[in-house]
Design a protein around this ligand. Structure first.
Ligand SMILES: Nc1ncnc2c1ncn2[C@@H]1O[C@H](COP(=O)(O)OP(=O)(O)O)[C@@H](O)[C@H]1O
Ligand SMILES: [Mg+2]
Length: 251
């Protein structure tokens, strides 16, 4: 069992107009096996939350804490966060020219485990996961994120997640840019990892569409840098019907 605790998190960024506070006191606890949907309008700070937990240098934590199984995540390097079991799938993943998907994944796995995975098992696991994500085997030899379509980027992220077996995953707008078939395949991948490893998931999304495929246990409405309302899956249905207007009026 793992627990990610975000407590009273305040985060600022430097902008040309001065320092701007984006997160204004976020409290959120995610345990193994739980799926939490973070839903909110554009610009409410959802990606900032993901980047802050990931350790992006642009985001300054001014107050609060983030703990993984009681360990101070904010004190860890980005590598150490991954080693501790955090997985971050970014809204805009970076290209890694000259590094193939297969090399990248094997290097990441080796770094996380402290030893190289046994080649036979590794090749088998990677093949199985790629098949389930309906990825062409040739994809393994392409450079990471170079010229990937939106759908390929997302599948690659889920492939990473399945092979690296994190404790807690933060998925930022995993549904963006996916057609219905790709959305279903990617969602099935997330559900598979949840079932087999007991992954805890923070799923950031603007739209309710992905929640038809990945069922959240908890829904948090994010407005103006903090959680404005929390509930179960029924809250997502309410948002689908009503949008975010009710929350924006009160923000
Ligand atoms: N690196 C940054 N520099 C300046 N402003 C930023 C930066 N990152 C985020 N912001 C601002 O913070 C707010 C929240 O952004 P973001 O976290 O991307 O929201 P969301 O993911 O909910 O759409 C926006 O007003 C955005 O312009
Ligand atoms: Mg975002």
């Amino acid at each position: 069992m793992s627990t990610l605790e975000i407590k009273n998190l305040h985060v600022s960024v430097d902008t040309p107009e001065g320092t701007k506070e984006i997160l204004k006191g976020v409290d959120l606890t995610i345990k193994s096996g739980e799926t939490h949907a973070i839903m909110g309008p554009n610009g409410s700070g959802k990606s900032t939350l993901a980047y802050s937990v990931a350790g992006h240098p642009k985001y300054q934590i001014t107050e609060g804490e983030v703990l993984l199984d009681g360990e101070d995540v904010l004190d860890m390097s980005v590598d150490e966060r991954a080693k501790a079991g955090l997985f971050l799938a970014m809204q805009y993943p970076v290209e890694v020219p000259g590094v193939s998907v297969s090399n990248f994944l094997r290097t990441a796995k080796t770094a996380l485990d402290g030893e190289a995975p046994k080649l036979r098992h590794w090749v088998k696991d990677m093949k199985a996961s790629m098949e389930q994500l309906r990825m062409d085997p040739a994809f393994a030899e392409r450079n990471v994120n170079e010229g990937f379509s939106g759908g390929e980027k997302k599948r690659h992220e889920i492939l990473q997640m399945e092979l690296l077996q994190p404790k807690i995953a933060i998925l930022d707008e995993t549904d963006s840019g996916l057609d219905v078939d790709a959305l279903r395949i990617v969602s099935e991948g997330v559900n598979r990892v949840k079932e087999t490893t007991g992954l805890g998931v923070m799923m950031i999304t603007h739209y309710t569409r992905i929640l038809r495929y990945i069922k959240p246990d908890f829904v948090h409405v994010f407005v103006d840098g903090r959680i404005a309302e929390e509930g179960g899956p029924e809250l997502a249905e309410q948002l689908e019907a009503e949008g975010y207007d009710r929350f924006l009026a009160s923000a």
